[in-house]
Structures are given as C-alpha cells and as structure tokens.
Design a binder for this molecule. Structure first.
Ligand SMILES: [Fe+2]
Length: 456
C-alpha cells in the first residue's frame, strides 16, 4: 500500500501512477477541467488500479446521461477485474460497490458505502466529496450537512483537503438556511483553497438566498481565476452571476452573459441546459424577449427525450421544448416519463414519479398557456421538488413558474402563500422577484375590487 496526497492507503503503484492519482483527486475537488486527463494518466501508468476504474465509472454516472451508463458499467467490470487480480483494501471495495449502486439507479446504496468508508476514516475527503455530490443529485441537503458535521472534527486547517471540505460545508449550510455561517465557511475555504470553485459558488448561493445581488456580484467580480480552470461548472458560476444581474433588473447584462459565457459552448450536458433554460425562463417571466435562443436548446433537448437518468435533467429538457413550443417532442418526453414512473422503483424512477409527473404536466400546461392547469400541477409538485435534486437556486425556476401561473390564473391567495413560503426560506430577505410579484398580486386584488363599468 502507498499513501495518497491525503494520507489514504491506496493500492496504486508508486511513481507516475500515484502522482497522477493525486492530481486527479485534487482536480476533482476543485471541479477542474483537467480531472479526466489526470485520471487517464493514472490508469495508463497502472491499468490494474481498481479504485481509479471505479472512480472513472462514478464520474460517468454523475454526468447523468443514459448512453454513459453502459460506459460506467464497463468501468465497473474493469474495476472488478482489476480487484480480482490483486489485493485491494476494504475502502477500495466500498468505492467499487458504490459504483454498483449508482449504475443500477440506486445512488442511495452508494451512500451506504461512502458512509462505511467515512466511518472508518472521517478524513477520507474523496468519499466525503462523492457523498456530497451524490446527496446533491438526490436533493438530500440535510444528510449532506449531517455527514460534513460528523467529519469536520477530524480535520485540521493544515490538512490538504480542508479548504475543499469547507467549501462543501458552506454549501450544505447554505442549503439548510444557515446563511451567515455558510458565507463565513465559504470565504474561509476559498482563502485556504483559492481554486475551490465549489466553495466560492456556495458564497454566491448565500448572496442569492439573502437577496443580496449587488454583494454577490462584488464577491464574484475579480475572482474569475477561481472558476476559469473548471470543467463546465464554470458556466454554472457565470449563471449565478447572471441571476444577480437579473435580480437587479439588468436584463441586458444577463443576456450578454448568457451569450458570451453561459452558452459559450453549445453543449447538451444537462447542467448546461439547466443553466440556460432556467435563465431564459426567468427572463421571459420578467417580460424580456429572448429572441431565438430557445431554438438551439430545444434542438439539443429533442435528442434527449429518451434519457430518463435524472428527473432534474428531464425537467430542464422539457423547459427547452416548451420554450420553443416543440409539441411532438414534449409528448415524447412525457410519454417516456410516464413509462419510467410506472416501472418504478429504483431511486431515480421514484423521482420520475414524484415530483416528476406533476412538474412535467405543469410545464406542458404552462406552454399551452393553460395557467390554471399549470398552477394545479406545479403547486402539487412544489412540496416535493427537493426530491428532484439540485439546489434551492436551481429549483427556484419551478417555484417562480408556479407563482406566476397562480397569479395569471387568478389564484392570488394561493400564489401569495407560496411567495411567502419562498420568502421565509430566504430568511425574510425580499429579492426583486418577490417585490415585483407582491406588487402584481396587490394590483390584481385592487383590480378585482373595482366594479367593472356597465356598457351604456
Ligand atoms: Fe449553484
């Protein structure tokens, strides 16, 4: 056994393979674009390194693409073959078994294996980060925070992974409403690990959730180096910045960021489609004309209607199809969603059923301007949208659509109640959206109170 950069015993060959493995982990923690390259180097230097095969498979599953599940399964086979020819550790076997949970559509089983690793070594940052990523996909913010609070005492500020750990902790605190502590942890994390885009982005989330768009822009401006090295996560950070400009009513700036950064590459990665569709949706809800920008998103999403890996991804593909009024593709996606929900039940199919079906029906009705039906379905999904995964900021597009449909359909009391709940989850901090919708609801009530004049 050798020991990696974090002190974890590992069966990787010393020398170039260990060096590449260390770089792989450090890049992964920082969401670095270089991660797969380093992982490839580790496997090239040590083709029998079972753990690297397992992590490679895990990376494929986290991309949330149906066609990559087979590639992840091949990585699982490679990991098992490598493991059979050598003596691997219990820790490494847990990572392989975690991949087995992921490829079978049961990431909750993967969590059991990460927990087993963490129980043995709280300072196993690789297991902690994968646990964090998995709970993010599952929308388990409470579990995410609990794991981090369990392991934090095992770390010292001088530990190599401490800055990245703080970044994860900041995000978990933010997602559970501890905004001040989240901001402090995130800023400290970035100080220790300046390339930790996740921690930097957790602070951006705090600014979003505390209605401090100007402060968020100030935080991100000048810190581009922290996310310019990233994989497509960098588009997500730009998306956060665009949201802040949107909240300040600076729609032209948001659109400029959309064109120059967020959709710089016209990829069909679900996270990129998510950034784009949710920003365009928000802009349109604010009455901004977005031109033909839906078209390329719908073209890409029309090819993903059979995906069904993650409901979070499916709902954003659907947003694109609704945005560009692709009736046939909308029906295809909804048909597949119903089939998946019926064939329940691995972890991912459960989410297809709930909240997926109601949310999708709501989006379809929104596209048809049937706001009553849209509101009924979206508000029904609203209570369980956490199960779709992602962050509060990401799911907020569905909440905004729900509220706007309610207002348009005349359900002012109900829309106001959802708006109040949204405000409460933001610690009572009123953002631009809340202020505008409160005014709209008040106008709606005033209009209803004025008796219409009879025609002469
Ligand atoms: Fe985010």
């Amino acid at each position: 056994m050798t020991h990696d950069v974090f002190g974890q015993p590992t069966t990787v060959k010393p020398g170039p393979a260990l060096d590449a493995w260390n770089k792989t982990q450090l890049a992964f923690l920082a969401h670095g674009a270089a991660t797969p390259g380093f992982l490839g180097e580790a496997l090239e230097a040590d083709p029998d390194f079972a753990l690297a095969h397992a992590i490679k498979g895990m990376f494929y599953t986290l991309l949330g693409r149906r066609e990559l599940i087979q590639t992840a399964e091949e990585a699982l086979v490679a990991a098992r073959t490598a493991a059979s020819g050598t003596s691997i550790s219990v820790r490494e076997q847990h990572f392989i078994d975690a991949l087995d949970g992921w490829v079978s559509g049961n990431p909750r089983r993967a969590l059991e294996h990460f927990s087993a690793i963490i129980d043995q070594a709280s300072d196993d940052i690789l297991a902690v980060k994968l646990d964090h990523a998995t709970r993010f996909v599952l929308g388990d913010n409470v579990g995410m925070r609990a794991v981090l609070e369990k392991v934090m005492p095992a770390y010292k500020p001088s530990d190599r992974g401490y800055g990245y750990l703080l970044g994860c902790y900041a995000f978990a605190l933010e997602e559970t409403g501890e905004y001040n502590r989240a901001k402090f942890a995130g800023r400290e994390g970035v100080l220790i690990a300046p390339d930790d885009a996740w921690g930097l982005h957790a602070v951006a989330h705090v600014h979003d959730m505390t209605a401090d768009a100007a402060g968020g822009i100030e935080w991100l401006t000048g810190r581009e180096h922290a996310w310019s090295h990233c994989n497509n996560f960098r588009y997500h950070v730009w998306w956060h910045k665009a949201l802040m400009h949107l909240d300040l009513g600076q729609h032209a700036v948001a659109l400029e960021l959309y064109d120059s950064e967020i959709r710089q590459d016209k990829t069909d990665d679900y996270r990129d489609i998510s950034n784009a569709t949710s920003l365009l949706s928000r802009l349109e809800l604010n009455g901004v004309k977005v031109g033909d920008r839906w078209e390329e998103l719908a073209d890409l999403s029309a090819k993903r209607t059979e995906d069904g890996c993650l409901i979070f991804a499916d709902l954003h593909y659907l947003l694109a199809l609704v945005g560009d009024n692709r009736q046939e593709d909308i029906k295809t996606l909804l048909g597949r969603l119903h089939r998946d929900a019926k064939s329940c039940c691995n972890d991912m199919q459960k989410a297809m059923s709930n909240p997926g079906l109601s949310a999708a029906a709501g989006l379809e009705a929104f596209g048809e301007a049937d706001y009553e039906k849209a509101f009924t379905n979206l508000s029904s999904a609203n209570a369980n949208m956490q199960l779709a995964g992602g962050s509060h900021a990401q799911r907020d597009v569905f909440e905004r659509l729900t509220i706007d449909c309610g207002i348009r359909a005349g359900y002012l009391d109900e829309a106001e109640a959802i708006l109040a709940n949204r405000l409460s989850s933001r610690g009572g901090n009123e953002d631009g959206y809340t202020a505008a919708r409160r005014a709209l609801i008040a106008d709606g009530r005033a209009a209803a109170a004025v008796p219409s004049r009879e025609l002469a």
